[in-house]
Design a protein around this ligand. Structure first.
Ligand code: FAD
Length: 394
């Protein structure tokens, strides 16, 4: 191919462009991004950027030196695979290879849309709008006790805001982790001075308040909705590119879509994992770093299969939480360390092989665990609870 067009100038898109150059691709690489800003990294938006300890989080990449053509403030509107043309807000863009890296969009909460003071947290602009809420120490209601909700609550407490988190489920991270594991995490909220209201549903927002479905009114200078994200793929309707149940692009194990010469990577796409025997839709940074290497290799004619051990981290309530693997098909769970203390891990096993691990303040467990999951070698479960022993194969 001579012309590669990448749609989406976030982590996955930018890494694809860089990986193409690293692979020795000498043709034209065009990065199309809807946002007007220089491409930037998202994790700092709920951490340093929000707190104002970092001004921004632009990627430290010299696009010009790498001959990467940036078209910012430009939105892709449609793909015509038969003609190999992308329609954009700035006109048509022909391609030989197209890479979809449009990421995800936060889910909006019915009853709160368009109400002044209601925020989402996905973009640099969102973070900029939330900064004054923190500096003004406003009372905040966070909707959703997921990763984003916990990180925002952490930053808002650090800034001195009064924070209430409203969660529809009976506990934080209900869709992601089992109740035994989230029980110690729920305690972090109270310990940090955050009011956590579980089994609570928001009916609507009003200027200055949130109203729950039991009639409770919570005063709120600002409301932050963190109830999940959906792949940003509405614009692909009618293109013939196959989408899955969550609107994600259905990629194969080489990150190819159902249409020739079109790849998909990052938050917008799912892929079949041979390692875990199911399709994975990963909304984490490491996937947007690793996937692009497979795409670039494929474009250069090197056949590489994508089957990562998923990994992510979260910084919440003064803790460093890390997770590696995928635990849905595990047959047992083993604790390392005391979950009421500052550092502990949970290991998920299947037939004496480590398939996933969650670590709080134990980065070494994660480093060792990732390798162990990757290798698939069996371990001795009887030795696992001894947190002073390294995680290694039997
Ligand atoms: P995105 O980063 O969403 O980038 C996609 C880009 O495509 C966007 O800029 C979008 O504007 C653009 N786009 C969309 N549609 C179009 C179109 N039609 N035309 C042109 N451009 C388009 N992960 C972790 O592992 N750890 C963390 O601590 C962590 N913290 C996070 C904190 C926040 C606040 C957020 C929002 C995410 C966090 N994540 C974290 C997740 C991580 O940032 C994402 O997984 C990662 O950004 C995905 O990269 P991406 O390139 O696939 O998508």
């Amino acid at each position: 191919p001579r012309r590669v067009v990448v749609v989406g100038a976030g982590m996955a898109g930018v890494q694809t462009a860089v990986a193409l150059r690293e692979e020795g691709f000498t043709g034209t690489v065009t990065l199309i991004g809807a946002e007007p800003h220089q491409p930037y990294d998202r994790p700092p938006l709920s951490k340093a950027v929000l707190l104002g300890t970092a001004e921004g989080s632009a990627f430290d990449i010299d696009f010009e030196a790498l001959s990467l053509r940036l078209r910012l403030g430009c939105e892709a509107l449609a793909v015509h695979p038969a003609e190999h043309v992308l329609d954009t807000s700035e006109g048509p863009e022909p391609y030989d290879v197209l890479v979809l890296a449009t990421g995800a969009e936060p889910v909006r909460l019915p009853g709160t849309e368009g109400v002044p003071g209601v925020h989402l947290l996905r973009t640099l602009d969102d973070a900029a709008r939330l900064r004054p809420v923190l500096t003004g120490r406003q009372d905040v209601v966070v909707v959703g006790a997921g990763w984003i909700g916990a990180e925002f609550a952490t930053a808002a407490r650090e800034a001195g805001c009064a924070v209430t988190v409203v969660e529809a489920a009976d506990r934080p991270l209900a869709g992601v982790l089992p109740a035994e594991v989230t029980a110690p995490m729920a305690a972090w909220y109270a310990e940090s001075g955050v009011t956590l209201r579980t089994d609570a549903r928001v009916e609507r927002a009003e200027p200055g308040a949130v109203v729950l479905d039991d009639g409770t009114r919570l005063p709120a200078g600002a409301v932050v909705v963190g109830i999940g994200a959906r792949p940003a793929t509405a614009w692909l309707a009618g293109s013939g590119i196959e989408l899955g149940a969550h609107g994600e692009v259905l990629a194969d194990d080489r990150l190819r879509t159902s249409v020739p010469d079109v790849y998909a990577v990052g938050d917008c796409a799912s892929f079949p994992s041979a390692r875990y025997g199911e399709r994975l839709l990963v909304h984490h940074w490491d996937n947007a770093l690793q996937g692009p290497r497979t795409v670039a290799a494929q474009v250069m004619g090197r056949d590489v299969v994508y089957d990562p051990v998923p990994y992510f981290w979260s910084e919440q309530f003064g803790r460093f939480v890390q997770y590696a693997g995928h635990h849905t098909d595990a047959d047992s769970m083993v604790w390392r360390g005391d979950a009421s203390g500052p550092a502990w891990s949970v290991c998920w096993l299947r037939e004496n092989r480590l398939v996933a691990l969650l670590a709080v303040g134990r980065p070494r467990d994660v480093a060792q665990g990732r390798r162990l999951i990757e290798s698939g070698r069996p371990l001795d479960p009887a030795l696992l609870p001894d947190a002073s022993r390294p995680l290694k194969a039997a």
